[in-house]
Design a protein around this ligand. Sequence first.
Ligand code: SAH
Ligand code: SF4
Ligand code: F3S
Length: 448
Amino acid sequence: MIPTKRLHVITWGCQMNVYDSGRMADVLAPLGYAPASEPEGADMVILNTCHIRDKAAEKVFSELGRLRVMKEAAGGDMILAVAGCVAQAEGAEILARAPYVDIVLGPQTYHRLPEMVARASRAGNKVIETDFPPEDKFDHLPESTTPQGVTAFLTIQEGCDKFCSFCVVPYTRGAEQSRPAAAILREARHLVSQGAREITLLGQNVNAWHGEAPDGSTWGLGRLLRELAEVPDLLRLRYATSHPRDMDDDLIAVHREVPTLMPFLHLPVQSGSDRMLAAMNRKHTADDYRRIVDRLRDARPDMAMSSDFIVGHPGETEADFEATMTLVRDINFAMAYSFKYSSRPGTPAAGAPVQVPELDKDRRLQALQALLREQQVKFGAGCVGLDLPVLFTGPGRHPGQIAGRSPFLQPVHLPGSANLIGTESLVRIVANHPNSLAGTLVQERRTA
Ligand code: SAH
Ligand code: SF4
Ligand code: F3S
């Protein structure tokens, strides 16, 4: 019997990091590491980091300062690892700035964690693994041992070849790679056997997925979704994050034909100005985006859209920003994320001559967020009175309540018994709260 050790993982960044954190725990489980909810008293702490904006990266160093105190209180008996995109981007810099860190590992190397832990356990050893290894980490990962719950993530594609002017991802995650269909289908069935009823397929450019099919041919994401829709007891499918350039006809057709695929799509557009989209190297126009959304809504009239926006990219004028506001008004988003442009070292935009003053960025962000918030509230209000299928995911905040998710990813709270968790039923929406909907059970619809 292996003695139990305690592993605490702190996760920042995108859903792929959330997935990776789970997989790191899986890799370390055979070494006796069990999840711990607090860093205090943990034998190992992993910081799974994000480098997308400067604030995200700064958080890592302030957290490291806090952990240093804990490590010293434990007489140095705590393995401290920095994983993820800051690890990939900064590498040895992290050890220079925080010499009490033991392991620095990039996102493509975590299947090697057991060996890294063994090396770091020898007193005084530091481990840095930030090369992109020749082997595929997915071929070396064990099956997940800790169930993710009713809703689960499954990474099917990694990396990015698009090189948008502002973005670090192609550098931190490496080149685009698609996992083979058979491995994805196997993992999906495994997740369902562990209780998952909704799976979100993940990738930095998930709709660029083009993986090896079981017969040796190549499938696109549309075909993969059709196959996944056949997995017994899998009630819902989603995919994120997509690039407008990769929304092909088959994928749009799947939205029409496969009811398991939820009518909600996160499709980042970044800007509504063609001048900015060109400067960003997005390789599509604002009208291309409008057309894609029209086709999606033609395929699935209840399609709700979500997006990402950047204000203040180098060279952005008031007119460019107004074009973004116009696009937002045209599309009507159910929700969206918006960010101030943050200059990232090594990206093409960082060296651009015309940077936008901070005050202009602030003002534009506020105006954009106010408009997006208004649209989100309207979207929620429009759900009141409807009967929506809700997948029940866990207990609610109050006794006798359960929580679930609408097709449009809104949290829903309602009176109901815990034995409904993992099933989907129609819920009458009765109120729209700032971040959730309230409802009452209508009838049982589909059970797993
Ligand atoms: N692959 C996705 C997005 C990945 S990054 C896509 O192509 O859209 C998630 C979001 O972070 C981006 O959509 C963008 O809006 C934002 N982002 C990326 N780099 C940024 C930067 N340097 N400054 C501000 N926001 C940024
Ligand atoms: Fe970054 Fe662009 Fe790639 Fe998205 S498509 S990850 S924004 S480089
Ligand atoms: Fe951040 Fe890396 Fe994801 S930079 S957004 S954690 S791919």
